[in-house]
Design a protein around this ligand. Structure first.
Ligand code: DLL
Length: 432
């Protein structure tokens, strides 16, 4: 029974990783050139042929792909295999424009599930575990990806999908779930609900695999404390297959990118220039093993840092930091760049739950930011004067973190709508 910790791959030397990437990149460029007229045209516009790409050192010559390219090529324009060789699609929610549809051959599904299996193993998962998958199933990649990974590890898999919190908790208790997979905001909600029902002692969870949205270190601590688990980050995007592109190990200091399948670069989001290791910039992925939907130099819009510092777990694959927001999630408020994650950090540090919503508007030609924050039940029982004092203190903390004034409104517990998938943190009325 393979346990999906694959030391010959996951602890390979830098030279070995590079050799795999060189060989696979050359093959992939040829595959795309031969089968994807859309990308071939982009290469031709740069005067490139496959012969110009002899390895990773030539990667920077290739044109970028962006979400706009994917939308333009919707639905099949970037498909690199005949449709009859494909066995699955997954898709983004399409809330910010046309949906992105990703295609998979059986081989692609297999490799994707291998990546998710590695993530489960890195979080301490083994054959005897009960893996409770509360990511959404269907077109969203979270449920199907972790479900497949869990099967491969040999865990008993509970395909819960999101929602129906009572049933989630009931199964957790009755079937003794040991690993919870869901978005961090849903994990926080489940933790809160478990405490309210007085069921904390009946929960057997030991680990959580949480991703698909930004979450801070403070939020990690909060969930870990409430559920008595270790919470691991997992990253991915529909365009590159789904979760499992990168995952955390026991060190919990960033996510190892599966470099045998993906080449990662960090670029300056404004100029496109490739930045040296350790620089903060936009993450770009090239998928070197995908058959149906291979993307070369895909701009994720996620801002992060890569590190090759030695990891105590022994894995040698490069680590990415938690995304520090997305360049397109970034709010520009009165000319200042604001990431929702900065606000979350302030809230959690001040002892507030991570239930908040930002409302951005424009009044008299000036941007306004209002932060609605839920109080804990104990805070809500404080006097009005105390609540006003807490609001003022939060305004000062946010000014220090963001550099701009925000209006803060403390609201009663459970008044901000809970999400069962990705949390809706921002309402930008300027765009409505
Ligand atoms: O969110 C895939 C996924 C499912 C990842 C389950 C992890 C777990 P999309 O819906 O296409 O795919 O959204 C991709 O979500 O570009 C990031 O901005 C964000 N994201 C994903 N994982 C993380 C994470 C899935 N661990 C977009 N931390 C990405 C912060 C994340 N942001």
């Amino acid at each position: 029974m393979p346990n999906y910790y694959q030391p010959e791959i996951e602890t390979a030397s830098q030279e070995q990783i590079r050799a795999w990437q060189d060989e696979r990149l050359v093959r992939q460029v040829r595959h795309v050139w031969d089968n994807v007229p859309y990308y071939r045209k982009k290469m031709e516009q740069k005067g490139l042929t496959p012969e110009d790409i002899r390895g990773v050192e030539d990667l920077h010559k290739l044109p970028f792909l962006s979400k706009d390219d994917l939308r333009e090529a919707y639905p099949c324009g970037l498909l690199a295999e005949p449709l009859e060789n494909c066995v699955r699609i997954q898709s983004t929610s399409g809330t910010t424009g046309k949906r992105v549809v990703a295609f998979y051959t059986q081989h692609d599904v297999d490799l994707w599930e291998d990546c998710c299996a590695r993530a489960i193993v890195a979080a301490g998962g083994t054959k005897g575990d009960v893996c409770h998958v509360s990511y959404g199933y269907g077109l969203f990649t979270g449920g199907p990806g972790l479900n497949g990974g869990s099967h491969k590890v040999g865990c008993l898999t509970l395909p819960m999908s999101s929602g129906n919190t009572d049933r989630q908790i009931q199964f957790m208790v009755d079937l003794k779930s040991t690993i919870l997979c869901c978005t961090p905001s849903y994990a926080a909600y489940l933790a809160e609900s478990i405490h309210e029902r007085g069921l904390r002692d009946q929960i057997c969870l030991k680990a959580g695999i949480f991703g698909a949205e930004a979450w801070s270190e403070d939020m990690r601590r909060d969930i870990q404390d409430k559920l008595g688990i270790r919470a691991y980050d997992i990253y991915g995007l529909t365009e590159t297959s789904g979760p499992g592109v990168a995952f955390e190990c026991g060190e919990q200091t960033g996510m190892h990118i599966n470099e045998d399948h993906f080449i990662a670069e960090i670029i300056d989001p404004d100029t496109g220039e490739v930045l040296p290791e350790g620089s903060k910039g936009e993450l770009v992925f090239t998928s070197i093993t995908k058959e149906a939907f291979p993307l070369l130099r895909y701009r994720t819009r996620d801002i992060c840092v890569l590190s090759r510092k030695k990891c105590s777990c022994g894995r040698t694959h490069v680590k990415m930091s938690k995304p520090m927001g997305r360049s397109d999630d970034m709010l520009i408020i009165r000319g200042v760049n604001v990431f929702p994650s900065q606000i979350e950090t302030v809230l959690l540090q001040q002892g507030y739950p991570a239930n908040y919503q930002l409302v951005v508007d424009r009044v008299n030609n000036s941007d306004t930011l209002e932060v609605m924050v839920e109080m804990t039940p104990k805070m809500a029982s404080d006097s009005l004067a105390d609540i006003t004092r807490m609001e003022k203190s939060l305004v000062a903390e946010m000014k220090a973190m963001l550099g701009i004034m925000a209006k803060v409104k403390l609201v009663a517990p459970k008044t901000i709508t809970r999400s069962e998938g990705k949390a809706v943190r921002v309402i930008d009325k300027r765009k409505i």
